[in-house]
Design a protein around this ligand. Structure first.
Ligand SMILES: CCC(=O)SCCNC(=O)CCNC(=O)[C@H](O)C(C)(C)COP(=O)(O)OP(=O)(O)OC[C@H]1O[C@@H](n2cnc3c(N)ncnc32)[C@H](O)[C@@H]1OP(=O)(O)O
Length: 318
């Protein structure tokens, strides 16, 4: 059975939606176990209670994640919307994103997805206001984010993260859950978790090793280097750098065109079938084991003295 069929099995269909949507009402859809959860269950590993974690995360309010699905072009835009805090993620935004991914898993006319931040920044990681209140809840949050971002990575759509302004910490992790990364010429990208007294909480260690190999992953995560667009392109961390002549507000439409003309110009069923086949090849037990290990390590540091010292220090990752 194809990944796409598995994802859709048992899920209520959602008809075409073209307006800006907030899917708080889709709570019930999350009761269907994702591939990651299904694998955890079949591997006999203790299963995180994602529904209980979602209810807890939802209490950490602030910001939103918004979804626009255009049936005509087959391209959706998912926007991180917490601009006063550079689109850093609150618990509520994590839940919004999970709900939208359920909608995208069921979008029969879809071909592509752009993940973008509001007002010229991609995402500066976890919202530190939320982080300070959730220091007891690291491994649970990581389990939720692992599930959501594995589902994002495995969507039957071609996805691209548009990196504008700051992409730091958890923001950099989010960008690795997309198939491609397009970067604004003035943007900055860095896996700065170690400077915050942390390891990766949202699955980027596992994805970086798969994307770039062990040595590069080790270098990015231990150096906490913040890359310019030119450096990131040279490293292969990003697939395309936008022209410096573009205004930030023009970049989303240029990024959509880049996605549409390169990877979404053919039939939606075929595009989805290609992506689903690739996901099927890529699914293996070691992904689950690796993510489980990653969040156990993360859980040891979250709320620990190094993280608390970093939070006190109000570091700026320039
Ligand atoms: C899950 C684990 C992780 O994600 S660890 C990584 C967490 N992220 C960070 O530590 C980022 C810390 N912030 C910074 O390094 C700087 O704000 C950067 C991004 C370089 C921007 O600097 P600059 O251009 O001078 O702007 P600024 O510092 O005045 O920021 C504007 C307002 O945004 C806020 N902001 C920024 N990042 C976050 C965040 N992660 N959580 C909550 N708020 C954030 C700043 O506090 C600032 O707010 P305000 O205007 O002072 O009210």
């Amino acid at each position: 059975m194809l990944m796409m069929d598995l994802l859709k099995a048992g899920m209520p269909a959602i008809s075409g939606i073209t307006s800006l949507l907030r899917f708080t009402a889709l709570k019930n859809l999350l009761s269907v176990p994702s591939m990651l959860t299904a694998r955890l269950m079949s591997s006999g590993a203790s299963q995180p209670d994602l529904l209980a974690i979602r209810d807890e995360l939802e209490k950490f309010e602030g910001g939103s994640v918004d979804l626009e699905m255009d049936d005509h072009s087959g391209i959706a835009v998912m926007m991180l919307n917490n601009p006063k805090r550079l689109n850093s993620l609150t618990g509520k935004m994590m839940v919004d994103m999970a709900n939208h991914i359920t909608a995208l898993e069921n979008w029969s006319l879809g071909k592509g997805l752009v993940l973008v931040g509001a007002s010229g920044n991609f995402c500066s990681g976890g919202d530190l206001t939320f982080v300070r209140k959730a220091l007891h809840y690291g491994e649970e949050m990581a389990a939720f984010q692992h599930d959501t971002l594995t589902r994002l990575l495995n969507l039957p759509l071609v996805s691209v993260a548009l990196l504008q302004g700051h992409t730091l910490g958890g923001g950099a992790e989010l960008s690795t859950a997309c198939d491609f990364r397009v970067m604004s010429s003035s943007a900055r990208l860095g896996f700065v978790q170690i400077r915050m007294g942390l390891t990766t909480g949202w699955g980027a260690t596992t994805r970086l090793v798969r994307l770039f190999g062990r040595q590069k992953a080790l270098a990015y995560l231990t150096s906490a280097k913040v890359f310019s667009a030119e450096e990131a392109e040279k490293e292969g961390l990003v697939d395309h750098v936008l022209s410096y002549a573009l205004q930030p507000e023009e970049e989303l439409s240029v990024c959509k065109d880049w996605l549409a003309t390169n990877y979404c110009k053919h039939d939606a069923n075929l595009t989805q079938a290609v992506k689903a086949s690739i996901v099927q090849c890529d699914l293996s037990g070691d992904l689950v084991d690796s993510l489980r290990n990653e969040r156990q390590v993360f859980g040891k540091f979250w709320g620990g003295p190094a993280q608390k010292a970093a939070l006190e220090a109000k570091i700026k990752h320039k």
